[in-house]
Design a protein. Sequence first.
Lengths: 126, 892, 106
Amino acid sequence: MSRKVLLIEDEPNIAEAIRFLLTREGWQVQTHGDGADALQVIRAANPDLVILDVMLPGKSGMDILRDLREQDGMQSLPVLMLTARGQSRDREMAENAGVSRFMTKPFSNAEVLTAVRDLHAQATRL
Amino acid sequence: MATLNILILVCLGYVVLLFGVAFAADRMAAAGRGRWLRSPVIYTLSLSIYCTAWTFYGAVGNAARSGLEFVTIYLGPTLVMVSWWWGLRKLVRVGRSQRVTSIADLLSSRYGKSNTLAVCVTILAVLGGTPYIALQLQSITLSFSIFAEADTSGLYREGSSVFWVAAGLAMFAILFGTRNLDANERHHGVVTAIALESVVKLFALLAVGIFVVWGVAGGMGPMMDRIDASEIGQWNVDAGRWTTFIFLSAAAFVCLPRMFQVMIVENDDEGHLRTAAWAFPLYLLLMSLFVVPIAVVGLDLLPEGSNPDLFVLTVPLSQGNDWLAMLSFIGGFSSATSMVIVTAMALSTMVSNHVVMPIWLSTQEGSGSISGDVRNIVLMARRVSIAVIMALGYFYYSLSGGGTALSSIGLIAFAGISQILPALVGGLFWRGATRTGALVGLSVGFVLWIYTLLLPGMGAAWMPASILESGPFGLGWLRPQALFGIEGIDPMVHTVMWSLSLNTVAFCVTSLLSFPSPLERLQGAQFVNVFDHSAAPRGWTGSVAQSEDLMIMTQRILGAGPAQEFFQAEAEQQGGRSRLPEPTPGFLNRLERELSGSVGAATAHAMIGQIVGGSSVSVEDLLAVADESAQLLEYSSQLEVKSAELSRTARKLREANTKLTQVSEQKDSFLSQVSHELRTPMTSIRAFSEIMRDTRGLSGTEQTRYAAIIHDEALRLTRLLDDLLDLSVLESGQVSLNVGDDSLRSVLDRAVSSALAGTDEKLAVRRSRASERIPLHTDLDRLGQVFINLISNARKYCESPEPVLTISAHDVGGRLVIDFTDNGSGIPPEAQSMVFEKFARVGGDKAGGAGLGLAICREIMQRLGGEISYLPGQGGAAFRVSLPLAYQQAAQ
Amino acid sequence: MTAEENSEAKPSGPRPSVFLERQSYRRRRLTDAARLLPFLGAALFALPLLWPGQSIEGQAVPLSSAMFYIFACWGGLILVGLIFGVAARRLRTREDPETDTDQWQR
């Protein structure tokens, strides 16, 4: 069974880069570019991992994560959060909202891959 | 014959009664009972403090000297009351809506909360009021002496009795006039006591009148015959004096501080005016009904040379009617006491709010916030002011010796206080009236009044006879009683005519020539258009104001209970959970108004300014912050230049600091956004360059595609950096304009071709090239940049299948206006206010730059002396660029 | 305005509009008259200036007549003011207080 990742990111070029990287790792990658209906998309896609941008049109990644964690069966879904506003306050907010891993843009490809692998390994071990 | 002892007992008993009434009324009002305390009847009766001892005794004296002339003093107020719809209604409305505490406060508030003006009015009022108080003291003493003559015990001493009367009245005014601070909590006790006194004086005068007509003369018919047979039995009134006095008393009726106090400050309900409009003239009519009969009978019965000012007392006494004389004495006593009490209250409010408090506040300058209990200080200031004003009245009386005929002092005071009239009426009905105009008019009138009336009336010690006869330095046309060589006018008429007309002329001309401050203009609009009640007086930008500090200060002024109530209500109104309201501009304005009810408009403004402006940061701190960057320094130096127009540099700097704090907050969010905009393309570049470096076996098409992405993103970064640089140069003001001359048409030609070059999107541009033949004198490249930006925006964002951009140019009021309107769906209303902000992008579109284009346009237009704005409701997106026309710019 | 005027006009019979117009028309004219009153008063009080003074022997107006004239004018002004006040209040109580304030504020 293939592993599924849902990538919520509104910058098409960044989405394309991550898709390229993860597809080569054997992930099945689904992308989505809007924040407003992201929750429904997550529920429908039922992914093994979510990569979430913070600055999204419609609804911010922070709010999406907060709402997601309140839903049944979503407390332990691994969420990797990406932000381009590198402020320590954002990291705190994300941790309070229940993020699994937090990364600041720009990142190296290796960092993303490591983070995805780690998160997946943790999740399957549980 | 009533002995002096009985008289003193009756007086004391009467005063105790007044105390009791005032006390009970205060208690009832505090308990929320006694609706009748706020009835129109009480209001009307309280207005009758207009009738002082001067009118009670002096009217008969005046009638005995010059017949019906006395009636003018009552006809003026009658006309004012009858015309309430024109004037008083507005005055009362303004007074209530601005929470005015005195006439000085009203003028200060109208003319941009100017304390200078308030101080001038206060001085004028105290100067006019002191002899007037002395006059009341004199009348009480004179009436005492009438009884004392008859008393054999010889215990009476004039000096000490005046002293005790003055002290007692001061006590009363202090006890009931300074119990609470807020003008909104009216002095029910005092007002009720005054209403009672006015009933007493009316009753007394009517009783004497009825006694004289039916008891002495034997009915109406014989009385009328007696009147016609008397020495004043024919109509003989000087036309000038008749008209002047009617006008003067009308003016004084509105301007006198004590009348202002009862009529406007103590007014509970505007509707009361409607009743008072007929009821108060009725009161005046009744007061004057028997004046002539008493005067005629007095002239008949009493020996030659007896003082006609005391006929009201001496006529009943001569007929052996002691009890009636006693009643009449109480009536005169009532008139005097009520006038003195209210005058002392009104003047003390003015003195404490406009003289003592500003001085006290300025000694507190620099300590940042207000320390100490302001409430107690204000109350103490008022109490001391009352005592001082009474003392002044007492000394004036003892120095002048009380010789002059009663009514002349009254008229002199009337003429003095009427100098306020032009500024008052102008302030209410003319938006163009300015502070400078009011000050100049007031000063001119005031000086003329002193020179032509006050000094000549005070005797040779003050105004040598040589000046009266041949003018100062021999300048005949400057003779105090014959200005400009026009002789033979009655001195009173002469003064009123010259002082008021020159006052008005000076006021109008100076107003026309001077330019009002913004605050003045706002207040002017508020006063003149008080019935429309639209705009708030002026905005406090209170985002940094400390609610808690405000709360502490308010408690000190209003007292803990009312302050907490007020803040609670405000917080609830804002819908907040916290006990303290947010310091919104609206809240601060209401708070200022609330405070001005206690300490006056100018002081309240200064106090809030101290807290809102000074977030406990010193000037040194501010300068240190300003040093950090050249941009901020320039900002503060710009503010410093502006502060020259404003009152105090220190306070302004504190305000600037607040703004700097805001600027730095804006800077933080700006940096965070810049970071985001830079990191996004960098992420793509880094990711794809790593892919190209690390991935083996990329196909040729993939390589080309990824390289293209890297290239695009690099371009995007460059554009962003260019924009940022451009913006920062523009904002820092370091940009040098490259001014040239060309026509609008060719600038637009270049912009259109440049914006549409190299694109396959087909945007039709409609122009009316004939109307574009306008010469421009400006930085043509920068203006072109704005045009290009607007045209490219239309190209990128206009989603119509056949996009059309219409460019039209007009001359609107001396400014060149160019509208760019497309036929797309426009910008949604909620986003319109944001389009010119940095990084504002409508609808999450990323096709364009970083969202800095319009922000740059706005900066450019500011540099060029013009502006750019969004025009809503034009069908599509519409932007308006406006700038001064070339010839006007060249003239600058 | 129309709503309450309709409700007020209902009991007045088949031709409510006429009644209504007359009512508000009269109130407006009453206001006008009240506003003009001070001018009338000023004119009346200025009239005595035209009377011959003592200078012309035997022509002077006796003080009792002068008093009678002044007090009659004065009383007249008060009376008219009172009538206006009462009438305005009576007209007001029939209408919504808000409408009335509008009327007086204009």
